[in-house]
Design a protein around this ligand. Structure first.
Ligand SMILES: C[S@@+](CC[C@H](N)C(=O)[O-])C[C@H]1O[C@@H](n2cnc3c(N)ncnc32)[C@H](O)[C@@H]1O
Length: 354
């Protein structure tokens, strides 16, 4: 898949506007792709908290830090590369962290696509560092700054804290900027939650759990749940879910997994709930991810087990639901969203149909 921001990021190094340091570099929000192949950048250390991207970096043979490690313990390097995220506070925090991590006199180098806030991010790094160089390529801006005397250290410290975890929704949850619907309850998830029967019971999984809203609703409203497995690919979100769910009094065993659901989940569930993602890191819609979630749920449910799913009305999930489940019904709809209840066929019914 093309990744213009990544392709553009390495141009100042390829064109020797910036020198590759002997001590190597740290790459925050790293992604694997054409510029990172072939061991061209000795001493490159990558940081990535989103499991599918973390796995891709490992598969590309790159040196990757533990993705569940959190924001601490970054190695100090004379060059810090960054692909800043879209959310403004999170982006500012990552740029500030890059300046905290780069060694004195070193460089911070970033790239952002024009339609994802390139100008704002460049202005932000200029404000932090007091100097900036830039070029435009592949509909992206690549910009760099030196960590010298012009750095506004007070602003660096303030912005580095912009994405810190905090209480939201009247203290019910802990969350942080950059996590999905970080300071609110997503309306699609609220619609799904309103239709989950209190009788849901047994072994349950939440696929793509975010900071844990749906899982919390399940634990608080369904006393028959004996075990809840929480699957989430973004470690920043999973840490919050772990915290939020630990605060709930429940007889169920709760386990949190940093996991790419599109690769499948272990079998044996009575119930699976999900509000699947329909974007990856870019702006383009990715219904293939939701379809993979549905496939993973179908494979992991016991015969007779049920998937409760909410999705944007326009998303094309019906064919995969019909192909993989015995019964599929739309139990609710509201404006842009639909709630689906899909039951895995029992073995006898499957054989009869075959
Ligand atoms: C639409 S949000 C729903 C979040 C949460 N369930 C809620 O209701 O607020 C989808 C979540 O799936 C996560 N996600 C994206 N891709 C994933 C993948 N491949 N495997 C597991 N989780 C993923 C995202 O990080 C996000 O937290």
């Amino acid at each position: 898949m093309s990744d213009p921001a990544l392709d553009a990021l390495f141009l100042p190094l390829e064109q020797r506007q910036l020198a590759w340091p002997e001590d190597g570099a740290l790459f925050l929000r790293a992604r694997a792709g054409v510029p990172t192949t072939g061991g061209r950048w000795p001493g490159l250390v990558c940081d990535q908290s989103f499991k599918p991207l973390h796995t891709a970096l490992q598969r590309a043979g790159l040196d990757v830090l533990d993705g569940e490690r959190g924001d601490t313990a970054l190695p100090h390097k004379p060059l810090v590369l960054v692909l800043p995220p879209r959310q403004r506070d999170e982006s500012r925090a990552v740029l500030a962290r890059a300046l905290q991590t780069v060694t004195p006199g070193g460089w911070v180098l970033a790239s952002v696509s024009n339609d994802e806030g390139a100008k704002s991010a460049q202005d932000d790094l200029a404000k932090l560092a007091g100097n900036i160089g830039a070029l435009s390529k592949h509909k992206c801006r690549v910009f760099w700054a030196q960590a010298g005397k012009t750095v506004d250290t007070a602003l660096v410290d303030t912005w580095a804290a912009l994405d810190r975890p905090r209480e939201v929704l009247g203290g019910r949850f802990r969350s942080r900027p950059g996590v999905f619907a970080w300071d609110r309850i997503d309306p699609a998830s609220a619609l799904l939650s309103a239709h989950l029967p209190a009788t849901l019971a047994g072994r349950v999984a939440d696929l793509g759990a975010g900071y844990g809203y749906l899982s919390a609703e399940l634990l608080q409203r369904c006393p028959g749940i004996t075990a809840l497995d929480v699957f989430e690919a973004e470690a920043r979100a999973l840490t919050l879910a772990r915290h939020n769910l630990a605060a709930i009094e429940t007889g169920a065993t709760v386990s949190c997994h940093w996991h790419d659901v599109t690769t499948g989940v272990p079998p044996g569930y009575d119930v699976i709930v999900s509000n699947p993602p329909f974007h990856a890191h870019g702006r383009e819609g990715r219904p293939d991810i939701g379809r993979a979630f549905i496939g993973a749920a179908a494979a992991a449910l016991k015969p007779g087990g049920a998937l409760w799913l909410v999705a944007n009305r326009h998303l094309p999930y019906e064919d995969v639901l019909d192909a993989r489940f015995g019964e599929v019904s739309e139990v609710a709809s509201s404006g842009a969203f639909k709630v689906i209840h899909a039951v895995r066929a029992r073995a006898a019914a499957t054989r009869a149909r075959a």
